[in-house]
Design a protein around this ligand. Sequence first.
Ligand code: ATP
Length: 267
Amino acid sequence: PSALREVLLEVPNVHWDDVGGLEEVKRELREAVEWPLKYPKAFQRLGIEPPRGVLLYGPPGTGKTLLAKAVATESEANFIGIRGPEVLSKWVGESEKRLREIFRKARQAAPTVIFIDEIDAIAPARGSDMNRVTDRLINQLLTEMDGIERNSGVVVIAATNRPDILDPALLRPGRFDRLILVPAPDEKARLEILKVHTRRVPLADDVDLRELAKRTEGYSGADIEALVREAALTAMRRIMEELPAELVEEESEEFLDMLRVSRRDFE
Ligand code: ATP
């Protein structure tokens, strides 16, 4: 079985406005990734090297994967996503070959964003346990990254919740030398995220997103997405109970019209 066949090229469809808040992060990614991929000649003309690797770090569920997909979409680039843990487990014995294939495929399909989620799984500091396997993998990754040519249209974005345990060699110039914090959302960002996730949800007039933003202190973007989904299901459950069964069964106009998420569904 060829390793190549399993390298999944994706054309994501996530746009900047699907990412709530994080304005500063979006701006940085635009300049560090989107501009070099879209305007390689301008970078050549200016005589500056775009980063080969960008590390997104921050708490879980804050939109790191979403951002990587958004920057790929907005750069009209292909996207290859891999996860640190799968490189170690699913690819046993052929991890290095797979990594090589991924970079080869990325060059071939350029512009391409390679996204490595949970990179800390393959990159605990050398010398720690699992060291033999991860050593070889890190070396392979470093070799591949060092081999990314100027303006080749390949950029690597990695994500981690644990930047502190990464091998420092990964962070050297020419590798992941752009570190971007993706913070937990503050109240203003939570409001933006709520707006994103209720864009297609019919809300009753009593729903106050500002108030919800206030009340969701400590929620990540992923938590907010789950909250909205739960509220929608609560509304559905409630409305199904209120209506005669026949109207529900045939998905009548009345039923569909009544499907509105109210304030109480968020309780
Ligand atoms: P992890 O560290 O667990 O891999 P992550 O930072 O990569 O998490 P994502 O996978 O991007 O987080 O987020 C999970 C889901 O949460 C997204 O698919 C999205 O629906 C929602 N989400 C997270 N952050 C945001 C955001 N800023 N705006 C809109 N949706 C968000």
